[in-house]
Design a protein around this ligand. Sequence first.
Ligand SMILES: Cc1cc2nc3c(=O)[nH]c(=O)nc-3n(C[C@H](O)[C@H](O)[C@H](O)COP(=O)(O)O)c2cc1C
Length: 212
Amino acid sequence: MHQNTPLKVHYYGSAVVLLGTRDEEGRANVAPMSSAWWLGQSCMLGMGDRSRTAQNMRRTREVTVNLVPAGLAGAVDLLADLTAADPVPETKAAKGYRYEPDKFAAAGLTEQPGEVTGAPRVAECPIQLECRITAVHPFGSGCTAFEAEILRSHVDESLLVPGTAYVDPVAWDPLVMKFCEYFGEARNLRPSRLAANWRMPHGGVLPAPVSG
Ligand SMILES: Cc1cc2nc3c(=O)[nH]c(=O)nc-3n(C[C@H](O)[C@H](O)[C@H](O)COP(=O)(O)O)c2cc1C
């Protein structure tokens, strides 16, 4: 039987990406997000207006969308409570977010220049999409949907079906965020700061016991 429940969170499971942008001083920023979907050679990116990333995208009209493999869950989690916005917006500070001007270094990620945009790519991501923002739509409350045209796709050759321009769906193991938890290989991979900060009521993966 269905229960009539006003759900607090509607994150049913979507691929995690890292958005690469630049601020007005040319400094690189990288931010995890999972509100991305694709149709043809365009994608729609949903970001909170208070994020530095949204501000950077509005100004530069450029972004790289770096698809995250399950093996990078740890790096994503290192970014989960960081923002390049200074001062940190109050609602974020209340959730434990901290200001970090060099998020690439904080997550142990490597910046790689774009070829057709000024936005930075994430070298560790095997699929990197360089995009131009073509339209900006207000979305929900305090969010914006950025329509992005994919100008160039960079794909690690190990993920391509040999001799084609197609990604092999068996070879590609995306990191999936489901109700604030990380999944890959169809299993919950590690404890999640996002889930902790959101005070999600489910159990999730417990942290490893401290030895000794
Ligand atoms: C797995 C994961 C998924 C996220 N998805 C989104 C999202 O879809 N949209 C969004 O605005 N923020 C999302 N966030 C939160 C942003 O990463 C966070 O607001 C971050 O502080 C933005 O950084 P910035 O202020 O430097 O741009 C997500 C975070 C994590 C860890």
